[in-house]
Design a binder for this molecule. Structure first.
Ligand code: SF4
Ligand code: SF4
Length: 373
């Protein structure tokens, strides 16, 4: 199986402000190209595109291609089941099968597991429930996506040896980062003999646009490799990684990714060392570790486009490093779509939902001082 999966969380949209409005025609073309090039893994989730990603999967993939020509992964949204009943859990799973138009999922994951959500998973006996679905043929392989420290992962895998794979946030910038612990989590999976699926190999796009000196260093070795391709090659080169997900938003990204992953070869030791140097350069640029998952946006009473502000702030930190000034017009354009950073009422709903555990309100205060001062 080729190691590139189509993450269906950043699909093309006619209007980037309306997540639920997906450009289905373009998605159909991307799906067809992906399959024609020999890639078969598609990854969706209950929350993606405000619930519309699963519908897009049905319309662009399931209803247009034979069921045995692709593998489909979906995820149980345990964050919204925390205070719910086992019947709600079952209803949600059945709803997902229906929305995707399938009788079974090839890969099914407990979504976004961490120490806190694990308590709800234990109370609902989620793994017991999902094993029953597996026995009934509605799940082929069972796993979970994970956002916490390596010791918590070790505990969960020890308590649930029935789990077959783990989806990890893994990229060359987070590899040694103590907040994410990519390397340590990967090593825990290896210790337990679990396959690894990689999410955020390009860290929400941050590794696709590097500081000039870092990009020049990579271009000097492989002028035709994009920065994003370096990041995906790094993750895919790890022995126990079976799949690297890329949230592709347009046909160009699809063609780039599916092009170099046709004849993928792991990076050499010298190439990995170059990425370690890139990680050092990137770490010196102040940045918010937002992966643009957008879980925080729904429910914000002030309609603040949090990840868009954070992406603008990160891009401007690179500009400041090159002696340029921040782009207040771009900030104003984002603010015109919802609330300003200063509109935040510190209710902290967003912080509870953030898988990166970001102090969103503190960063919004920094954004406010940077652009509204
Ligand atoms: S803390 Fe601020 S940004 Fe977060 S949900 Fe509340 S108002 Fe929105
Ligand atoms: S702030 Fe957190 S929840 Fe919001 S988009 Fe970024 S990573 Fe996701």
């Amino acid at each position: 199986m080729k190691k590139l999966g189509f993450g269906m969380m950043r699909l093309p949209m006619p209007d980037p402000k309306v997540q639920a409005n997906i450009d289905l025609e373009q998605v159909c073309r991307m799906v067809d190209t992906f399959l024609e090039r020999g890639f078969i893994y598609f990854d969706t989730a209950y929350f993606y595109h405000e619930g519309q990603s699963e519908n897009a999967v049905r319309q662009a993939l399931v209803e247009r291609h034979p069921r045995d020509s692709f593998l489909l992964a979906d995820k149980l949204p345990v964050s919204i089941l925390q205070d719910k009943t086992p019947e709600d859990q079952d209803r949600t799973f059945q709803e997902q099968l229906k929305k995707c138009g399938v009788e079974y999922f090839d890969y099914y994951l407990v979504h976004c597991l961490n120490r806190r959500y694990y308590e709800g998973v234990k109370r609902l006996d989620t793994f017991g429930y999902l094993m029953k679905q597996k026995e009934a043929g509605r799940i082929r392989r069972l796993g979970f996506s994970f956002h916490d420290k390596a010791d918590i992962l070790d505990m969960i895998l020890t308590e649930h040896p029935e789990v077959e794979f783990v989806q990890l946030q893994l990229n060359y910038l987070d590899w040694e980062d103590e907040r994410v612990q990519s390397r340590k989590c990967y090593e825990v999976c290896v210790k337990h003999g679990k396959d690894v699926v990689v999410m955020e190999p390009v860290k929400g796009g941050r590794l696709a646009k590097l500081p000039e000196d870092a990009e020049a260093m990579l271009k000097a070795v492989h002028p035709d490799w994009s920065p994003a391709s370096w990041a995906i090659r790094f993750a895919a080169g790890l022995e126990h990684v079976i799949m690297v997900l890329s949230g592709m938003s347009n046909m160009d990204q699809m063609l780039d990714n599916s092009g170099y992953m046709q004849t993928f070869a792991p990076l050499t030791g010298d190439e990995v060392k170059l990425l370690e140097r890139c990680a050092e350069i990137l770490s010196a640029v102040p940045a918010i570790s937002c992966t643009a998952c957008r879980y925080c946006v729904d429910g914000c009473p002030q309609s603040i486009h949090i990840p868009d502000f954070f992406a603008q702030y990160n891009a401007d930190q690179m500009k400041l490093r090159q002696g340029q000034s921040v782009d207040k017009d771009a900030y104003a354009q984002i603010a015109a779509q919802g609330g300003k950073a200063s509109d935040c009422v510190t209710c902290r709903q967003c912080e509870e939902k953030c898988p990166q555990h970001l102090p969103v309100t503190e960063w919004l205060d920094r954004v406010k001082r940077t652009y509204e001062g």
